[in-house]
Design a protein around this ligand. Structure first.
Ligand code: G6P
Length: 614
């Protein structure tokens, strides 16, 4: 979603802002802009489209200055156009503001401000906020830092903002609530500010993650000062950024998505590292160990998540029920938060989120917390809002995921959820030692098997070439492979804009079978295991209606080979680990189809990487 970057220091701001905006492109956006304080006021440029369009605009308007702000906007209030793009300015043109989030009471504020003579140019809530800050400053006579704090104390909603004053090239004011903001402190009086650490990483490792309801003033003379909205002074807590620059660059691949698909052997190894002790036969998940009593006595697990993380949650439902014999419910966070759900004190709520910033998942956590549930987070981004809002948790060590379509985060999530389920089963004694040991050894071999699966790339590319022009596709799986069918369909629709549906294979006859003809490619996960024969019957049903079968099978499969139009062979593993292997050809397929159709795989239209609005 929207991205923020700001700079105050000794260098030219514009190149730093543009580079920062490029780093933030992965979040998804539809317009971009910058404001730099020059010798005689703002250099303000903004336009619909990509950062490259903004660069063309600025190319003929050099914009010198050593303080500025930049923004990528993902439209919420008002269409994506030049006027609605950020930065927005105050009525007197002195202040400029960039904003992520939504001001919920903007309509009331706007009406009051119009009554007081303010005139608005855009349809955005952001413009209302900068007029409001201006109004507070003019009517009370306080400085910009204080005016921002007072204005925000009357704002309902979510925000991360940066404000600058064209008459004061020495100060940036920033604030945040329910939308992330990080301040980078350079070595020589340089300050960087951004909605995530990616624009900051190449300049400094020293960062301050702002907390909710904090307002920061960055001043050339006085450095960084932070107060709360309630006007309590805070001491900035400087942390070391753990991210590496290589992790957010393409490293020779054509796209981040392809790079991230190929990183999976490594990201799964990293997610397992230190957590499996094969010699002692022990699974060590410290977030589980710290609250072992909660897990031992849990009467139910509720999983809340969105998108791909929700699919990982569905896999976890099968894992926890099979391994730990604890009933599980998997909820879309957006539905759960508004449903008045029954949450009991013995419930454990697992929140799964790659970014750790998804607004609906965060709200679901707060709701469950208020009902006394124990909240366990499975997040990828260290220090993210969700990771801090939970009682305990386990990180997935996938590294930064930049491609909008989630790939390595999904397999890392399933890996970590598998480890959690194993560790709880071990504590509760719900699985035999032998089976736990077998599963530990099998999990340990999964990264090597993922490497083997990646070798299917050439055959998957051929299949993509054959099926790239279809308008629809169906994905089928049963048991542990049902969530993978959903995930495979999601990948295809997200980046290639082909309509795709995932279904439990047996459920097909209750509807989707009506769609099947010779034009319908049907991707079936048909690995040997619990429901293999049943899936073979489902394949027969598709063939009888002339559907085209593309089957993911275990190497050496003879039965499905007779029926399928194309086979993708993957190594054998336990049913419970199949999702980690079978999803990979489906990721590759979506990637190749999207490339062949000329789509932008890393930044698909309308989608955002980190969905910070509900
Ligand atoms: C967006 C992304 C998806 C992601 C979902 C949940 O829709 O495009 O890839 O699965 O948000 O995000 P989270 O960061 O909470 O896992």
């Amino acid at each position: 979603m929207c991205g923020i970057v700001g700079y105050l220091g000794n260098d030219e701001a514009y190149p730093i802002l543009i580079k920062g905006l490029r780093r933030l492109e992965y979040r998804g956006y539809d317009s971009a802009g910058v404001a730099i304080i020059g010798n005689s006021g703002f250099h303000l440029h903004k336009c619909k489209g990509k950062v490259a369009d903004l660069e063309s605009l600025v190319a003929s308007n050099p914009s010198p200055g050593s303080i500025g702000i930049g923004h990528t906007r993902w439209a919420t209030h008002g269409a994506p156009n030049d006027v609605n793009a950020h930065p927005h300015t105050s009525g007197d043109g002195k202040l400029a503001l960039i904003h992520n989030g939504i001001i919920e009471n903007y309509a009331t504020l706007k009406a009051e401000l119009i009554n007081r003579g303010h005139v608005f140019k855009s349809e955005t809530d952001t413009e209302v906020l900068i007029h409001f800050i201006e109004d507070v400053r003019n009517t009370t006579g306080v400085d910009l830092f204080e005016a921002t704090r007072i204005a925000l104390s009357e704002v309902v909603g979510a925000y991360a903002i940066v404000v600058i004053d064209r008459e004061n090239p020495n100060q940036l004011i920033a604030a945040k609530k329910s939308s992330p903001m990080v301040i980078g402190i350079g070595s020589d009086g340089d300050f960087y500010i951004a909605s995530d650490a990616t624009p900051i990483i190449e300049y400094t490792k020293n960062v301050v993650y702002m907390e909710d309801e904090e307002v920061a003033r960055i001043d050339r003379e006085d450095g960084l000062k932070i107060v709360t909205i309630q006007n309590k002074q805070k001491t900035p807590y400087i942390q070391a950024l753990e991210m590496k620059l290589e992790a957010i660059e393409k490293g020779g691949y054509d796209s981040f998505m392809l790079k991230e698909i190929h990183e999976q052997p490594r990201s799964i190894r990293d997610s397992i590292r230190g957590r499996l002790n094969l010699n002692l036969g022990m699974v060590k998940m410290s977030g589980v160990d710290q609250h072992a009593d909660k897990w031992m006595n849990a009467s139910r697990i509720i999983i809340v998540a969105c998108g791909t993380s929700w699919h990982a949650g569905l896999v976890a439902e099968y894992l926890f029920e099979e391994f730990c014999r604890i009933p599980v419910e998997v909820e879309y966070a957006s539905e759960f938060r508004y449903r008045n759900p029954v949450i009991l004190p013995g419930d454990i709520v697992i929140a799964i989120s790659q970014s750790g910033e998804t607004a609906d998942t965060l709200a679901a956590i707060e709701l469950a917390k208020s009902h006394g549930a124990h909240i366990f987070g499975v997040c990828n981004v260290v220090g993210s809002t969700i990771s801090r809002a939970t009682h305990s948790g386990a990180y997935t060590h996938a590294g930064p995921e930049i491609g909008v379509a989630s790939t390595k985060a999904f397999t890392a999530q399933v890996t970590v959820l598998f480890l959690i389920a194993l560790s709880v089963a071990q504590k509760k004694g719900t699985m035999s030692h032998e089976r736990i040991h077998r599963l530990m050894a099998e999990l340990n071999s999964i990264p090597d098997k993922v490497e083997e699966v990646l070798l299917t790339n050439a055959i998957v590319e051929t299949i993509a070439e054959i099926h790239k022009d279809h308008r629809n596709a169906l994905y089928l799986g049963r048991g542990y492979s049902f969530p993978v069918a959903l995930e495979g369909a999601l990948k295809l629709k997200e980046i290639s804009y082909i309509h795709a549906e995932g279904y439990p294979a047996a459920e097909m006859k209750h509807g989707p079978i009506a769609l099947i003809d010779e034009e319908m490619p049907v991707f079936v996960i048909a690995t040997q295991g619990h429901s293999y024969e049943k899936v073979v019957s489902n394949i027969q049903e598709v063939k009888a209606r002339k559907g085209k079968i593309i089957a993911i099978v275990n190497s050496g499969d003879k039965v499905v080979k007779e029926l399928a139009d194309h086979l993708i062979e993957i190594p054998k593993t336990d049913d419970s680990l199949v999702p980690i292997l079978s999803v990979i050809p489906l990721q590759l397929l979506a990637y190749h189809v999207a490339v062949m159709r000329g789509c932008n795989v890393d930044q698909p239209r309308n989608l955002a990487k980190s969905v910070t609005v509900e």
